[in-house]
Ligand binder design. Structure first.
Ligand code: MLT
Length: 300
């Protein structure tokens, strides 16, 4: 807010936007030259039908899957994101979920709080020496790799847009593709956007080719792992655990199959929820809008 105020811009600060009735959402959008949003407001084609003077939307975050970019483009509205600000937080959350799974921390904590003391039930596994498969080697995937190597893990990386030589240069063993990585990894983490090509990229078939002792992590986007197939694999014991931060529908409904599955650690889309990341993306988003409105600069 300070960045925008200092630039002399008038602000309609609306933290409850996502809960407003559609007509009010539309009229507020129409009245603005630019909009900044996090991941909750869904900026649909319907909302952008009559955009008034709206010329730019900045996502204070990475994923623009919450914005109908094709509809925005049709209306001449620029969509920008802040790809760097929450990288470290998302990578740290991935590592946190990996530790939580390996040592069953949430379940052990729940037992203690219920008055119990059970040491046999919570036998863990070390991360050192284990193999982590990373699919998606953008900013977040690379930060996860650095941290995993620091923990003494073997890291296998795959990204269809990154050459094997570059993967090796980043200190990872290049994986030929997702299918080739599945049977060898102890942990699998995905750091890819949700697109028509990546939807359900890990489903029943992929889970079946993993080790029974393997664990799966998703701090990227709900929908890239088939939730029903994952819940089935967890119940059947063909996979040992899953750490999931993002869901195909958010907020995740009460009947999301993962809520009832064993050996899961679930968090409500907290990857970027640190004070540092939120300050970073807020500053970056405000700067993008200021520079666009006042200097015509388009970035990200
Ligand atoms: C993102 O796309 O940057 C993340 O999902 C974080 C968020 O916006 O909540």
């Amino acid at each position: 807010l300070e960045v925008l105020q200092k630039a002399g811009l008038e602000i309609d600060n609306c933290p409850t936007f996502k809960d407003l009735p559609k007509p009010e959402q539309k009229s507020r959008i129409r009245a603005a030259d630019a909009m900044i949003c996090r991941s909750q407001p869904k900026v649909t084609a319907e909302l952008l039908e009559e955009p008034g003077k709206l010329r730019a939307i900045a996502r204070a975050g990475v994923g623009v899957d919450t914005i109908d970019t094709a509809a925005a483009t049709r209306k001449g509205i620029v969509v920008m994101n802040t790809p760097g600000g929450n990288t470290v937080s998302a990578a740290e959350h991935t590592i946190a979920l990996m530790f939580a799974l390996a040592r069953q921390i949430p379940a052990a904590d729940a037992t203690m709080k219920a008055g119990g003391w059970d040491r046999k039930k919570f036998m863990g596994t070390e991360l050192t020496g284990k193999t982590l498969g990373i699919v998606g080697l953008g900013r977040i995937g690379q930060e996860v790799a650095k941290r995993a190597k620091g923990l003494g893990m073997e890291v296998v990386g795959f990204d269809p847009f990154v050459a094997s030589a570059k993967v090796a240069e980043l200190g990872m063993t290049p994986g030929a593709n997702l299918e080739a990585m599945l049977p060898v990894v102890d942990f699998l983490t995905l750091h890819i956007p949700l697109t028509p090509e990546t939807k359900g990229v890990v489903g029943a078939k992929q889970l079946a080719s993993m080790k029974k002792t393997a664990r799966v992590l998703n701090v990227a986007r709900g929908g890239i792992i088939d939730e029903a197939a994952l819940a089935e694999a967890l119940k059947a014991g063909t996979i040992a655990g899953a750490g999931i931060d993002v869901f195909s529908t958010e907020p995740a409904p009460a009947d999301n199959p993962l809520r009832g599955a064993p050996n899961v650690v679930l968090t409500p889309h907290l990857g970027a929820s640190t004070s540092e990341a939120q300050e970073n993306v807020a500053l970056e988003a405000a700067g993008l809008i200021r520079d666009f409105l006042q200097k015509g600069i388009v970035a990200n």
